[in-house]
Design a protein around this ligand. Structure first.
Ligand code: NDP
Length: 433
């Protein structure tokens, strides 16, 4: 704690992992001898830099940007970039730390990293976004490479921002190095199904948890927080699998549509017009918009937090359980507070932590890297099939690992231990580095 003062989200993420690793250290004492825990908690490299840029009126702004290259035991650092005013080192470190275990769980050769900036893209013009991305990349490019560090998107960073960052990387390095970024556009090296992958993967994982209890998503009522990339495609896949999503949100309010969220309207508002979710009621007059509303108070069978960290606290968890919710899977990273997780576990409902449930995004990013390396481009159906198989595997591995360590059904322990074992074994094999 004293080495990382004030980084409360990082402390929370580390605590959640370490408290499940006791039985592993008993079974594998060599990991304690080799100080794997101490090493894994210390990033291999942290980069913090200034991003100066000019707005459309010519005024100069200074933002701060980060890239935390956490662990490269299994492959190049891999993890998204987040643009949000709340970003500081503690947020990027929590995300980078979780990314190590998540990426290991995919079974693909990717290490863990994360980056971002306290830049707020809301209300900025395309030109301003471009100038900001170019300025950021003018510093960051020297730390990236398809064998070194491969960023992608996250909150506030989608296809548009990746385009501007990749363009500047290409210009400075004079290399068309497709594998240095994932989440690219389909015409310039992107993978089909990457945009959909995190949301789809979260729903595949949810379906597997329910199947393990002899149930399914068919006919279930679902509530999804957020209305960004992850939320949108979680809603799409829920509907495809026969469930009905009746509510979603943004940082200002919630929409409840008992008929089921109209995805076409949602995409029009969020992806094309880039407006607030409140605009949904202009299209569906019978839907309800509640400014500042709490999405977790909407009764549902399944809850999918897909917005941001610590968005679901103990009181929300209690409300969900009392309202009969049977499954929670995290599309977002660390959206449930530790007290909320305990409540879900005590109630014995299915609870899928983000590390496992939202790993489909980074897994498909690794599939994008595979396509780039072989100069290939797969079909949507083939890529989605690979994604589904990976999510089924992650579920199985978490389930079996939890059972092996005496905690059947505890996906938190299953995900942490399974991911940790893969990284710890590689770190041990590579010596003290
Ligand atoms: P987007 O920027 O596309 O969407 C984020 C959504 O969450 C928006 O609806 C936003 O509302 C809402 N939100 C963001 N911050 C807050 C906040 N402080 N309070 C309330 N609502 C908030 O991001 P993504 O969909 O890409 O990411 C969502 C989550 O999923 C994040 O936790 C991210 O780390 C995680 N994730 C994303 C992956 C990906 O592939 N994109 C992969 C794995 C995990 P508003 O527009 O009002 O800000």
């Amino acid at each position: 704690l004293h080495r990382n003062p004030g980084e409360k989200e990082f402390h929370q993420a580390v605590h959640e992992v370490l408290e499940t690793l006791g039985p592993v250290l008993v079974k594998y004492p060599e990991f304690a001898d080799k100080k794997i825990i101490q090493r894994i908690c210390e990033p291999e490299r942290q980069i913090i830099f200034r991003v100066p840029w000019q707005d459309d009126q010519g005024e100069i702004h200074i933002n701060r940007a980060f890239r935390v290259e956490f662990n490269s035991a299994l492959g190049p650092y891999k993890g998204g970039m987040r643009f949000h005013p709340s970003v500081y080192l503690g947020i990027i470190k929590f995300l980078g730390f979780e990314q190590i275990f998540k990426n290991a769980l995919t079974g693909l050769p990717i290490g863990g990293g994360k980056g971002g900036s306290d830049f707020d893209p809301k209300g900025r013009s395309d030109d301003e976004i471009m100038r900001f991305c170019q300025s950021l990349m003018t510093e960051l490019y020297r730390h990236l490479g398809e064998y070194t560090d491969v960023p992608a998107g996250d909150i506030g960073v989608g296809g548009r921002e990746i385009g501007y960052m990749f363009g500047q990387y290409k210009r400075i390095t004079n290399r068309y190095e497709s594998g240095v970024f994932t989440g690219k556009g389909l015409d310039w090296g992107g993978s089909r199904a990457r945009t959909e992958a995190t949301g789809y993967g979260t729903v595949f994982f949810t379906h597997e948890m329910l199947k393990a209890r002899g149930d399914s998503l068919d006919g279930k009522t679902v509530v999804v927080s957020g209305s960004g990339n992850v939320a949108t495609y979680a809603i799409e896949k829920c509907h495809e699998l026969g469930a009905k999503v009746i509510a979603c949100s943004d940082s200002q309010g919630i929409i409840v549509d008992e008929k089921g969220i109209d995805l076409k309207a949602l995409k029009q508002i969020k992806e094309i017009e880039r407006r607030r979710i409140s605009a949904y009621t202009e299209i569906h007059k019978d839907a309800k918009y509640v400014e500042g509303g709490n999405i977790w108070s909407v009764p549902c069978d399944v809850a999918l937090p897909c917005a941001t960290q610590n968005e679901l606290n103990a009181s929300d968890a209690k409300t969900l359980v009392e309202n009969g919710c049977i499954a929670v899977a995290e599309g977002a990273n660390m959206p449930t507070t530790p007290e909320g997780i305990l409540l879900f576990q005590d109630a014995k409902i299915c609870y899928g932590p983000g590390k496992a449930a939202n790993a489909g995004g980074v897994a498909t990013s690794a599939l994008e890297m595979q396509q780039n390396a072989s100069r290939d481009s797969w079909t949507f159906d083939y890529t989605q099939k690979r994604l589904e198989e990976i999510m089924i595997d992650i579920h199985k591995n978490c389930y079996e690992t939890a059972a092996e360590f005496g905690s059947e059904g505890n996906y938190v322990l299953g995900a942490n231990v399974n991911g940790f074992l893969r990284v710890a074994k590689a770190m041990t094999a590579m010596g003290v580095i």
